[in-house]
Design a protein around this ligand. Structure first.
Ligand SMILES: Cc1ncc(COP(=O)(O)O)c(C=O)c1O
Length: 418
């Protein structure tokens, strides 16, 4: 049996960065040229075998790829299905974020820039960016909401030890969205010397496609590994969805495999009430977002769809179009918008999006620790939580879970919970 994906992989996005009605480039005029410059540099790099070779070499020698695909025997026994774990938690720096940070870091060097700004929520993208900047000799400034600095303190220390300047952001909810605003402000001001190293499949074109391409190594490896191990494709793939980079990184190589079910798990937070969660796809279906009768709104008025930070996508907003506050126990899922490619995959029905609550994620954190000796990041625990909840309907199935990161950064949060 071949391990190569089928030939009909959809080519996305279009030349203007649209994934169907989503994506695009909604930015001030001053950023149009820098974005075109990144797009051109990225196209040029892709066509250059030497760039690809250097990227692959560093993924292997520095990041530690390929990451293992391991059979979770005791968890499988407990849940009654066969669980494979893709171990992105074993990447250098402890999460998948380094794949993209490394790719963009090499691009920055190629573009001849010396300074990098980044945003971070859970701190994993900030740590990955600080790491790559140290490796490549680039100046690094990371913006982080002060709420996130408090809950992910170990990562703040790590970034500083790696030589990055961490700038706390005190505006708004003091989380990821506010950090992105500040990083963009810095970028606009210093655009001639500075690259914005965005950490997920968000923002204006070409970021959603470029970040996806750097992360697609996850699924390319996983597909080969599962074929080698099992001689067949998995029945189900599951990954957590913040902006959506680890999920699309896993899903992408499997998109043409129509027999493979794919599930993205968002942050269900404390409750489905507005402000209590970050489940962007929950809103139009459930009628819990804002005041409107959302089931009709989604169809008729485009409720739940808007523009945030450069891209058009599903967005948590009230009836007047104001962005709603969000909540999640995991800083990395605590964001009101989702990557535009996920928006299209949702509408097409190719990927199912659902959510897990804070409580379910915490229970899954303990479950994985106690059955497999692995403490996952609270973000990744959302994927495990879905599996634990849905296990009765998955009896005997082969399920591949993307373990996007490790839980060291979350120990204080977990310890505080009952
Ligand atoms: C370990 C981990 N997993 C998942 C995420 C969510 O991001 P994305 O949806 O882009 O993978 C984060 C974000 O910080 C993270 O640190």
């Amino acid at each position: 049996m071949t391990t190569r994906p089928a030939e009909h992989r959809p080519v996305r996005p279009d030349a203007d960065g649209h994934f169907g009605p989503y994506g695009g480039r909604y930015v001030p005029e001053t950023l149009m040229e820098p974005l075109r410059e990144i797009e051109a540099a990225w196209a040029d790099a892709r066509a250059d075998g030497a760039f690809e070779e250097e990227f692959r070499r560093l993924l292997r020698e520095y990041v530690g790829r390929p990451t293992p695909l391991g059979f979770a025997a005791r968890l499988s026994e407990r849940l009654g299905c066969r669980v494979l774990l893709k171990r992105e938690d074993l990447c250098h720096t402890g999460a998948h974020k380094i794949n993209n940070a490394l790719g963009q870091g090499l691009l920055v060097r190629r573009m001849g820039k010396r300074r990098v700004v980044a945003e971070t929520g859970a701190g994993q993208h900030g740590v990955a960016t600080a790491t790559v900047c140290a490796l490549l000799g680039l100046e690094c400034v990371v913006y982080m909401g002060t709420e996130d600095m408090a809950r992910q303190a170990p990562n703040v220390t790590r970034m500083r030890l790696l030589g990055a300047e961490v700038r706390g952001v005190d505006s708004g909810q003091r989380t990821l969205k506010d950090a992105i605003n500040e990083a963009m402000r810095d970028w606009v001001t210093n655009v001639r010397t500075t690259h914005y190293l965005l950490g997920s499949v968000l923002g204006a074109h070409p970021y959603p496609a470029m970040v996806r391409d750097f992360q697609s190594v996850i699924g390319t490896e996983a597909r080969e590994q599962v074929m080698q191990r099992e001689g067949r494709l998995p029945d189900v793939l599951v990954a957590c969805v913040g902006g959506g980079s680890n999920a699309i990184g896993l899903f992408h190589a499997f998109l043409p495999d129509t027999g493979v079910r794919m599930v993205g798990v968002e942050a269900g937070g404390r409750s489905p009430r507005p402000g209590d969660h970050a489940a962007r796809f929950l809103a139009p279906r459930s009628g819990t977002d804002g005041e409107r009768p959302a089931a009709a709104g989604a169809e008729i008025s485009g409720a739940g769809i808007g523009v945030l930070q450069g891209t058009r996508t599903y967005l948590l907003q009230d009836a007047a179009g104001n962005v709603l506050p969000t909540h999640s126990i995991s800083a990395g899922l605590d964001y009101p918008a989702v990557g535009p490619e996920h928006a299209l995959l949702h509408d097409e029905g190719r990927v199912e999006y659902t959510s897990a609550t804070d409580e379910e994620a915490l229970a899954a954190f303990h479950l994985l620790g106690e059955t497999e000796g692995i403490l996952p990041a609270l973000e990744s625990a959302h994927a495990v939580a879905w599996l634990a909840r849905e296990a009765p309907s998955l009896a005997g199935r082969l399920v591949l879970v993307n373990l996007s990161g490790r839980g060291d950064k979350d120990l204080a949060v977990v310890e505080r919970e009952p």
